[in-house]
Ligand binder design. Structure first.
Ligand code: SF4
Length: 382
């Protein structure tokens, strides 16, 4: 699948703390910093840690954890209802940030495609870890029901088989007003059975982000390195649209498909125009994308120039378009209104020239993994 977000995930999984002499085993816990949150979490029968008079206590067992004042003050920087995993060795990893709109469930690193411009390394798609469904549900139990957005991603999350629908139905029942974004290559939905299972179990505000690389079957399959993927993905999209599902179509612009974009836009208009919108995306040059850079790299300006006619064609046919990961200075100003600030805060970088730029606050910047390749391309807008 298109796993543009995989590196966000891996970078976000960072060790934040270590609790010495911890021996309570693996736990998923919420954070409480005041009595009200503590009572609320007790009422919901959730495991949590409570900072009580500068002492860290694990509930509901009421185990006092050995935490230095440094750890306590570090934890105080987080918010009530943030969620962490505590590993048996005492390390704590953040899994849900109440202040972020980028929270996600990572289902599996494995993928049945192997896109040449994927920002994660190939080994992750072949040997990636799978998250246990029970663990995903436990994590979802800890997340407040009023969260605005959640992403479900991988690898290809639906590679985990039909058991994923147990988790998806839990999301449906709990997150009734949350936008749930599923990142998938859509191939599994060429099977009607899977579309029906999805229809029965999905949250009411679901949207499915699916990549299509070309209108030409051979080119699409060359990019995914998976024969038959074009036929499966397009059939999957058509089946999903027949069930009234909401689809974001994603086009990652590379040297391989940049001259096929207008044909792709024509295909979208003729075959699948009921999609919600199209995202035109600049690459993140890490993982396989970096390894294959001679094959795939194209500058932002060239990528935008190649995409311009396709964007115009889509818009003139009533299809909304968004531009992801393009710095403003590389895009014609008449297209700025469709540029999104799409790079996660922990991965955004700006060049030295950006300090003089009048549009820095409106600009989404450049990926940390791409800036070395592209810093000459950035030009301050004065
Ligand atoms: S110069 Fe920097 S801040 Fe300004 S538009 Fe370009 S990338 Fe964005």
């Amino acid at each position: 699948m298109w796993i543009h977000l995989l590196f966000d995930i891996l970078e976000d999984i960072e060790m934040v703390l270590r609790i010495d002499q911890y021996n309570a085993g693996f736990k998923i816990v919420s954070l409480a910093k005041d009595e009200e949150t503590c009572c609320d979490l007790l009422g919901d029968q959730l495991d949590f840690v409570f900072i009580e008079n500068d002492i860290l206590v694990l509930y509901p067992e009421k185990i006092v954890l050995v935490a230095s004042i440094d750890i306590i003050s570090e934890l105080k920087k987080y918010s009530n209802y943030d969620v962490f995993e505590i590993w048996p060795d005492g390390r704590m990893f953040m899994r849900f940030d109440t202040m972020s709109l980028d929270n996600f469930f990572f289902v599996t690193g494995k993928c049945n495609s192997n896109c040449v411009m994927c920002p994660s390394p190939e080994i992750m798609r072949k040997q990636g870890e799978e998250t246990d469904i029970i663990k995903l549900i436990e994590l979802a139990k800890h997340i407040p029901a009023n969260v605005r957005h959640l992403t479900i991603t991988g690898g290809e999350p639906f590679l985990s088989g039909e058991k994923i629908f147990e988790f998806i139905s839990f999301l449906r029942d709990k997150f009734t007003d949350t936008e749930c974004l599923f990142l998938t290559n859509g191939r599994i939905f060429s099977l009607d059975k899977y579309v029906r299972l999805l229809q029965e179990n999905m949250p009411s505000r679901s949207i499915f982000a699916i990549p299509l690389h070309a209108a030409d079957e051979n080119l699409h399959d060359k990019i995914t390195q998976a024969r038959g993927s074009f036929a499966q993905t397009t059939l999957g999209i058509k089946r999903m649209l027949r069930y009234g599902m909401h689809i974001e179509l994603r086009i990652v612009v590379s040297k391989l498909n940049c001259h096929n974009l207008t044909k792709l836009a024509q295909f979208i208009v003729q075959e699948i125009s009921q999609i919600e919108y199209v995202s035109v995306i600049a690459m993140e040059m890490t993982g396989s994308a970096y390894k294959n850079k001679d094959l795939v790299w194209i500058s932002y300006r060239d990528a935008f120039e190649c995409a311009k006619d396709a964007i115009k064609l889509l818009i003139s046919n009533g299809i909304n378009v968004r531009l992801y990961n393009f710095p403003l200075c590389t895009v014609n100003s008449s297209y700025w209104m469709i540029c999104e600030k799409s790079i996660s805060p922990n991965k955004v970088r700006y060049g030295e020239v950006c300090e003089a730029c009048n549009y820095k606050s409106a600009c989404g910047g450049v990926f940390a993994g791409t800036i070395q390749m592209e810093k000459e391309e950035l030009k301050a807008i004065l």
